[in-house]
Design a protein around this ligand. Structure first.
Ligand SMILES: Nc1ncnc2c1ncn2[C@@H]1O[C@H](COP(=O)(O)OP(=O)(O)O)[C@@H](O)[C@H]1O
Ligand SMILES: [Mg+2]
Length: 279
């Protein structure tokens, strides 16, 4: 059975147990199966079942902590089966907006999202400590300028022992496609991969997504987005920049580890955003 077939089976069981009726075609991303369904009382919802992996283990906990404030509302969860039932939102996301305007919208969410983290979450300082170690391993030589790898490693080292690295609930994957049009609020955030962390960590996915739109004017484009996010959220510029550089280098590492034929263009994109954000 493929992973998708397995998820479809879990979804079928849950539809029965939770008395849900199919109400549209399911969609699937890289790890999730999302099925529009209706509850017994006719409410439009979606059933999301994901492939078990650690990043998804606390999606329900994060959604529950936010209680629908700026975020999709959680109606029901089965953490053991990595399944959640969510209020249904519209299909429109922030991809169609001017990127800088989208950054202002996302920057406006940060303050509401970054509440004290529930104690069950993994910490960003642990992650930083692991990255520091991994970036130093010689056998993992990256197709990245050595000075940038060394810089990323030193950033990871500093953040791993910085008291402000942990403590806030952060989404960690807040980009254009993870904000959908809602009715309760104009836009609502979905799809958290939560950690106990530092709000400044949140910025980077808004810089590396929609990369093609920089169209050769990377420096200006990255700076416009970066300052729209940092200014709207009143973040510390240097701290946000440091996390972004670290995350961009770590993305290259991830691409080499996860993809048997690493995407060279994507790697080049990561490096150019890391350069642009420091220019
Ligand atoms: N509450 C929701 N209402 C409507 N559509 C949703 C909802 N949650 C997710 N989706 C749709 O399913 C897609 C995948 O869900 P998402 O939670 O972003 O998982 P992933 O990106 O990890 O695959 C979204 O991009 C969106 O199109
Ligand atoms: Mg998503």
């Amino acid at each position: 059975m493929t992973w998708l077939e397995e998820l479809a089976e879990v979804a079928r069981d849950l539809r029965e147990e939770w008395a849900l009726t199919p109400d549209g075609e399911p969609t699937n991303g890289r790890t999730a199966l999302v099925h529009p369904v209706r509850t017994a009382d006719g409410r439009p919802t979606v059933l999301k079942v994901v492939r078990p992996h650690w990043e998804a283990e606390h999606e329900a906990l994060a959604l529950q902590t936010w209680g629908g404030r700026g975020v999709v509302r959680l109606l029901r969860a089965d953490p053991r089966r990595f399944a959640i039932l969510l209020e249904r939102l519209h299909t429109e996301d922030l991809s169609g907006l001017w990127d800088v305007q989208a950054c202002e919208i996302v920057g406006g969410f940060y303050r509401r999202l970054h509440v004290p983290a529930p104690p069950q979450l993994r910490t960003l300082s642990d992650q930083a400590a692991r990255w520091e170690r991994e970036l130093g391993e010689k056998e993992r030589r990256l197709p990245v300028p050595p000075r940038m790898v060394e810089q990323a490693r030193s950033i990871a080292r500093d953040f791993a022992k910085d008291g402000a690295t942990d403590g806030r609930l952060i989404h960690t994957d807040l980009h254009f496609e993870n904000v959908l049009r809602g009715d309760r609020e104009e836009w609502l955030v979905i799809d958290p991969k939560p950690l106990s962390g530092d709000p400044h960590y949140e910025v980077a996915p808004m810089l590396w997504n929609r990369f093609d739109e920089y169209a050769g004017r990377i420096r200006d484009g990255v700076r416009m987005r970066f300052f729209a996010l940092v200014d709207t959220a009143e973040l510390d510029e240097d701290r946000a920049r440091a996390w972004a550089v670290l995350r961009l280098v770590v993305n290259v590492k991830g691409e080499l580890e996860d993809n048997p034929t690493p995407d060279k263009d994507w790697i080049t994109a990561m490096i150019s955003v890391a350069k642009a954000v420091q220019d």
